[in-house]
Each structure stands twice: as structure tokens, then as C-alpha cells.
Design a protein around this ligand. Structure first.
Ligand code: AMP
Length: 500
């Protein structure tokens, strides 16, 4: 019956016969079974179809994290639509850009923003879903009965996720049923998720990490999730003794480390802690092992590629690296049109069933980044060591060129981060009248006592002069987005006039 809706058919098959088993545990003590989840998804699909959603239509969604929002994701794809999640932090003008670009048939938003969103929604139907899963969309869905999944093939689009747009306009990454299904199945097997797992799900669901890595992997494994509306140290620590896995961004781990309740005993039943979406500090990795006895498993991916590399389950989880290319994923490091030897830095390219279909209505941008033979130019600078471990050294656009010399921020950051009294750092290049760009280090002290002079003195023996910061700025915290990524662009703007 559901044969032809590629992703949803596969997700659903994973829990056939277990419809009565619990998929999600909710913060209020309630539970949602696999059966209820897919019934809810069918009702959402029927509601969307009743609003005129046809195969290939976009459904833009800016709502809080609820099970109904997951049902809306599954229901959109069931109805043959393309799910387009938006960060809940986006303002009206930002949403207006996405809606104008993607021209969705339906926009789902929080009831509190109904007027604002209606004003910018153009021809789209605007429906609401609130933080407890109520609203006009839910009402419409509750009035529906079953729904037969619309026929869709492996190459049809299931989702468009807009990139965070650190340079220029945000681009819509088009992801097919096969892109999503193949990657989640690979991760399920690589990380050995089974029906015995209980995953703490505290990530947002408007981003690839929480939506696809966490949700799809759990569904494919028939695993249970502890479904939290967001990061909440109390709730995570409370769930931990009865859970087996946590997926988080690095800030999850640093925040949990700051809590005395994080102990070996509390993590005793946990099978795995996974980190990604931003670099995990070696220091965090080490502290985590000391405190819990677990080595965090770091993986690497991006909106356009799903997950591309992962540290191994059984082998050495090497801190500071993102492990090996996943099965069926190829990776290479390029410089000036040629692959570089092991250990040398260049731009990472990846190829495989995980790689997206291109940017929505941007054929030129697609052509710039996706080669005709399938290699995607990630824009991340990386190194692959002789034994195959991949290390990400930063975004290509964060590379600093000072006096004609390349400085990789991560090299300088790693040295600074290792100094006593330093919590973390971000190294950026800002305009400099003599050198083109000048190296600037923005440093967050850890309270143990440090100063610009002390950092300078420590670096001078270790780094070539051109790599040494010309200015060191001490800050209380680095600017980060919701996924824990340091906003270097904001720092570059802030300090643009430093040398002028
Ligand atoms: P996004 O598309 O928002 O998921 O961002 C993808 C980018 O996040 C990648 O291109 C990397 O620059 C960065 N990223 C993701 N995972 C890691 C990781 N484990 N280590 C370092 N950078 C990462």
C-alpha cells in the first residue's frame, strides 16, 4: 500500500508489527507509539492534501518542536510534498525571503505570529501549530482519516533545507528521498542503533542534525526517543540513567560538563555520546572521558551532504578528528585542481548517495559547488592523515591570507586553547593596510588567569611570526548560533576597523 513513497515507506517498515510500542517519551510523562505517530502523520498528509498540496509542492514550517511537528514532516513527505523547515528564530523579513524563494503551498507557523506570517505568505495557505501541538493545522488533521502515501521515487525531493547563509543569501539545499533514507540507514548501522536504544533527542528539528540524523536514525532503528523541546541540562541528566544515546552539538557537552550531576554512575547505561555540527574541542573530549568514562564519537556533515564522515564505533575515536568517510561515501582533499598527498591541507570534496540534488532555483551556485561527476565541494578545509582520519581545519572562507601567507585559524586556535587560563578561542582575519589581512585572536578566558601578553609570549616560540596574532581580544563568550557554531562573520564585522 505504501510501496512507492520511498523514504516514508522505509521509515514505516522499520516498526511494522511494533505499532503499539513506544516511540517517544514526552516531558509531561505522556508517550507516543509508533502506530500513533504514523496515524498522526497520515492525518497531517490528508490535511495538507485537503489544502491543495500536490506532489512537489513545498510546505514551509516554522513551529516549535513537538511530536505534531514530526508528524507534519512525515505527513508532508507522505503527501508527496517537500518539507521546508525554518529556524524558529527567523524574523518576519527572513521568513519572507524563504517564502518568496520557495513559494510554498502551505506555511505552518506559531499562532502568535499568524498575522505577521499571513502578511508575507503570498498565495500560501497559512495554518498554525503551537508549542503543545495545537492549532488550526492540528484541528484540520484531527478531522481526517487514513491517507494513502502518494507515489514518489528515490530521486524525488523530500525536503529543502536552507543553509545558514554565512555568506550572501541563504540557499535551499534540495534533498531527495534517497539522500535521506540512505544516509540514515548507513548511520543506524554504523552506530549500531537497534530497538533496544533510547535516544535523548534535545536538538532542534529545523536543522539536518535533529531532523534527519536524530529522528530518522531512531525511526529506522525502531528505537525510542526521549523527546525534549530543546536543550535542558536537568531533563537530559534526569533521562540519562535510563537512556542509551545522546546526540548533541559541542555546547551540549560543555554545558553538561559544568553540571556536577554528570558522573560515571549516571552515564553507566549510556552506550554512546555523539557530537557534530561544529568542532568539538579536544579538551571537551578529554574532560568528558574523565568524567563519564565515554569517548565522545564525533562525526561531520552538512545540510547539503547529510553526514559524510564519522569516528568509528569500535576503533579509536580520535579527538580533534571527524573519523573516516562513511560506507559508500568518498572523500578527497583538493588544492589547485589536484588531490593533495596525505596529511596536507586543502578543500574537502565528498561524493555519494548522501550528496544533495543542488540548490533550489540556483543553477549557477549549484554548478559552482557540485561537479558534473558528483563531487561536492564542501568549502571546508581539511586534512586526511595516512591512516585515513579526516580533520576539519575550518571553512575555506575563514582562511586568513596575511602578507601573502596562508594561516589556518585552527592551527592557531589549538595552540591558544591549550594555554592555561584559556577556555576557547576564535582566530579571524580582518583588513590590514600592510598585510591585506591581519590575524586577530578572540580569546575566552576560563577564570584561571590569562592576558594578551601571556598568550603572545607563549605563542612566540611556537608559531611563525606571520601566524602570530597582531591583536588579542579577551571576551566573555564567543558569538554562536543555535547549532553551536561560532559566528566568525560577526566577529570579522565587529573588528573590521581594528587596523584601519
Ligand atoms: P550545516 O550545514 O549547518 O550543518 O553546517 C555544516 C558545517 O558545519 C560544515 O561545513 C562544517 O564547517 C561544520 N561542521 C559540521 N560538523 C563538524 C565537525 N564535527 N567538526 C567541524 N566542523 C563541523
Amino acid at each position: 500500500m505504501h510501496d512507492a513513497n520511498h523514504l516514508i515507506r522505509q521509515l514505516r517498515e522499520s516498526s511494522v508489527g511494533r505499532e503499539g510500542d513506544v516511540f517517544a517519551r514526552l516531558p509531561d510523562g505522556g508517550t507516543v507509539t509508533f502506530g500513533a505517530l504514523f496515524t498522526g502523520a497520515e492525518r497531517m498528509a490528508a490535511a495538507l492534501a485537503a489544502q491543495g498540496v500536490q506532489p512537489g509542492d513545498r510546505v514551509a514550517v516554522q513551529v516549535q518542536k513537538t511530536i505534531q511537528a514530526i508528524e507534519l514532516y512525515l505527513g508532508t513527505v507522505m503527501a508527496g510534498g517537500i518539507f521546508l523547515p525554518l529556524n524558529t528564530a527567523y524574523t518576519g523579513p527572513e521568513v519572507a525571503y524563504f517564502v518568496g524563494d520557495a513559494k510554498p503551498r502551505v506555511v505552518a507557523c506559531d499562532p502568535a505570529r499568524l498575522d505577521e506570517i499571513t502578511a508575507i505568505a503570498g498565495a500560501a495557505q497559512v495554518l498554525t501549530l503551537d508549542a503543545v501541538g495545537q492549532g488550526s493545522l492540528r484541528d484540520l488533521a484531527d478531522g481526517q482519516n487514513g491517507f494513502e502515501a502518494v507515489e514518489r521515487g528515490a530521486d524525488d525531493l523530500a525536503a529543502i533545507l536552507y543553509t545558514s547563509g554565512t555568506t550572501g543569501r541563504s540557499k535551499g539545499a534540495m534533498l531527495s528521498h534517497e539522500n535521506l533514507a540512505s544516509n540514515s540507514l548507513t548511520l543506524r548501522d554504523y552506530w549500531r542503533f537497534t530497538t533496544d536504544d533510547v535516544l535523548i533527542h534535545a536538538l532542534p528539528i529545523f536543522h539536518t542534525h535533529g531532523l534527519f540524523v536524530a529522528t530518522n536514525v531512531a525511526l529506522f532503528a525502531g528505537a525510542q526517543v526521549v523527546f525534549l523541546p530543546g536543550f535542558d541540562a536537568d531533563a537530559i541528566l534526569e533521562a540519562m540513567p535510563a537512556a542509551t544515546a545522546l546526540m548533541g552539538v559541542p555546547t551540549f557537552y560543555t554545558r553538561l560538563l559544568a553540571d556536577a550531576r554528570l558522573t560515571k554512575e549516571r552515564a553507566a547505561k549510556m552506550r554512546m555520546f555523539i557530537s557534530g555540527s561544529a568542532p568539538l574541542l579536544v579538551d571537551t573530549h578529554e574532560q568528558w572521558e574523565t568524567r563519564t568514562g565515554h569517548r565522545i564519537l564525533e562525526r561531520y556533515g552538512m545540510t547539503e551532504t547529510n553526514m559524510s564522515t564519522s569516528n568509528p564505533y569500535d576503533g579509536e575515536r580520535r579527538a580533534g578528528t571527524v573519523g573516516f568517510p562513511l560506507p559508500d561515501v568518498e572523500a578527497r582533499v583538493m588544492q589547485d585542481g589536484a588531490e593533495v598527498p596525505a596529511g596536507e591541507i586543502g578543500v574537502l570534496e565528498v561524493r555519494g548517495p548522501n550528496v544533495f540534488q543542488g540548490y533550489w532555483q540556483m543553477p549557477e551556485k549549484t554548478a559552482e559547488e557540485l561537479r558534473p561527476d558528483g563531487w561536492f565541494i564542501t568549502g571546508d578545509m581539511a586534512r586526511v592523515d595516512a591512516d585515513g582520519y579526516v580533520t576539519i581545519v575550518g571553512r575555506e572562507k575563514d582562511l586568513i591570507i596575511t602578507g601573502g601567507f596562508n594561516v589556518y585559524p585552527k592551527e592557531v586556535e589549538s595552540l591558544i586553547d591549550d594555554l592555561p587560563g584559556v577556555l576557547e578561542s576564535a582566530v579571524i582575519g580582518v583588513p590590514h593596510p600592510d598585510f591585506g589581512e591581519g590575524v586577530v585572536a578572540v580569546v575566552v578566558p576560563d577564570g584561571g588567569g590569562t592576558s594578551a601578553e601571556a598568550i603572545n609570549a607563549a605563542l612566540s616560540g611556537q608559531l611563525a611570526r606571520f601566524k602570530q596574532p597582531k591583536e588579542i581580544i579577551l571576551l566573555e563568550a564567543l558569538p554562536r548560533n543555535t547549532m553551536g557554531k561560532v559566528q566568525k562573520k560577526a566577529l570579522r564585522e565587529e573588528y573590521a576597523g581594528l587596523f584601519s
